[in-house]
Design a protein around this ligand. Structure first.
Ligand code: GUN
Ligand code: ZN
Length: 452
């Protein structure tokens, strides 16, 4: 049993039943008839065996009648982590998937993002995306907003109001934007607006929302802007996010735009943008040397398989990334990826891995347990938030989903007395938000939504 030293009056609630999570050693650890206590700060105070109820209730000072007992087909799993999602693009998710990346950006993305100067429109879309992702079990989201500072701050406020853990980035870009009006109205430079965004968001002191320095990707930024953003992130120990090596046309373009750099990764590295708080989306076409640079700097990748397939960008060799010991999480990449659910990302990651096995039978297909780890603990490591979230280790925040695999009216039929491992596998492959009956972030129930 694991406990932390807590005073006897500190327990907010206790649950008993099956808990499934990942650790560094085990992609899937199943704790049957376990007892987990959450303290008044929303942290996991203890996790032990159900049969230890008497002793635990005495040492932690809670009443054994106040324990919530999970049903036979229920389990708790860690909240899922979306390491890469574009909040404004939620407005057209599920459409516009008929072009490759660079044409897609110019035709659909930039015109839509330019509308986020309008705060009413931003409020509507950002409320929808936060609610939709929370309902789908995303307890932590790493968001791109748009270049608009006020609307990006609004996204931070909405995530805070609904209780979602979030990294929020005001997008920075100072060249190659095809839509001329996709610019902020003020005279401030992109570096200045980023600095103001970071300062104002930090001033709000939201407990679960942090800013992330967000150069869109190398083709949208001059080297001078990349260098200034890298310096700002370094001086203030900020998170960084961007895109890298998503499609081959983009990689070729980057070579033309940065003729003096050894590789795409080298550009970011030279500008101090590869740190242990960096997450780069995609990386489908990175070389082994570039993966080594990721490993050495502690930078992470976000695997966005729905987007990679939908925009015909490429197939990430996840096994190779893991063999290089590069931190890796899953991302939806809405709206390049059409689904806002990390459950979908789990399925597409498994499918993509099987496609690689079809092409090369020697390729070791990912197991559902490994992908479960990517969706939870892997994501927290990729975002450098693993001291706070990602699994049920004592001392971490209780970010969790209460899953009922047999939820009435839900998509899953159970035939016999399925064991927890099978229940999890069925949920990952067949489940949806109807099975996610409660969502907790930092010990607070955030789904079902409380009435305003
Ligand atoms: N998928 C995706 N790739 C990008 N690269 C630069 N911007 C974007 C974006 O919005 N979506
Ligand atoms: Zn993206």
């Amino acid at each position: 049993m694991e406990t932390s030293q807590k005073s006897v009056t500190d327990i907010r609630f206790v649950c008993r039943g099956t808990f499934v999570h990942s650790t560094a050693e085990e992609a899937l650890q199943i704790l049957e008839d376990a007892l987990l206590g959450v303290d008044s700060k929303g942290k996991i105070a203890f996790i032990g065996e159900g049969t230890d109820l008497q002793r635990l209730s005495e040492s932690f000072g809670f009443s054994s009648c106040a324990v919530t007992q999970l049903g036979q087909h229920e389990f708790f799993m860690p909240g899922m982590i979306d390491t890469h999602i574009h909040a404004p693009q939620y407005s057209y998710t599920g459409t516009a998937l008929d072009m490759p990346l660079l044409q897609w950006l110019n035709t659909y993305t930039f015109p839509v993002e330019s509308r986020f100067q309008d705060l009413e429109f931003a409020k509507k879309v950002y409320t929808q995306v936060v609610k939709r992702t929370l309902r789908n079990g995303t307890t932590t989201a790493c968001y791109f907003a748009t270049i608009h500072t006020d609307a990006s701050l609004l996204l931070g406020q909405i995530a805070n109001d609904f209780g979602q853990r979030a990294l929020v980035g005001k997008v920075c870009m100072d060249r190659n934007d095809s839509v001329k009006h996709y610019k902020e109205s003020s005279e401030e430079s992109q570096e200045e607006t980023c600095r103001r965004f970071v300062k104002e968001l930090l001033n709000k002191k939201y407990p679960l929302v942090k800013p992330v320095v967000t150069p869109r990707f190398a083709p949208s930024c001059t080297e001078a802007l990349l260098a200034k953003l890298g310096e700002m992130a370094k001086n203030n120990k900020l998170h960084i996010q961007s895109h890298i090596s998503e499609n081959l046309e983009e990689v070729e373009w980057v070579k033309e735009l940065f003729p003096n750099s050894e590789s795409y990764t080298d550009i970011y590295h030279k500008c101090n943008l590869l740190t242990d708080k960096t997450i780069m989306a995609h990386g489908c076409h990175l070389s082994d040397e570039e993966l080594v640079l990721f490993r050495e700097t502690g930078a992470a990748l976000s695997h966005c398989p729905n987007s990679n397939i939908s925009l015909c960008s490429g197939v990430l060799n996840v096994r190779n990334v893991l063999n290089h010991k590069v931190k890796l999480g899953l991302g939806t990449d809405v709206a390049g990826g059409y689904s806002p659910s990390i459950l979908d990302a789990v399925r597409r990651a498994l499918d993509s891995s099987k496609v690689l096995t079809i092409q090369d039978p020697e390729y070791k297909t990912l197991s559902f347990e490994e992908v479960f780890r990517l969706a939870t603990l892997g994501g927290s490591q990729a975002l450098s938030l693993d001291e706070r979230t990602g699994n049920f280790q004592v001392g971490k925040d209780f970010d969790a989903l209460r899953v009922n695999v047999a939820a009435p009216g839900g998509p899953i039929d159970l035939i016999q007395n399925e064991k927890p491992q099978i229940l999890l596998e069925k949920f990952l492959n067949l489940g949806d938000d109807r099975n996610i009956v409660e969502v907790f972030v930092a010990g607070k129930k955030v789904v079902p939504f409380s009435e305003p």
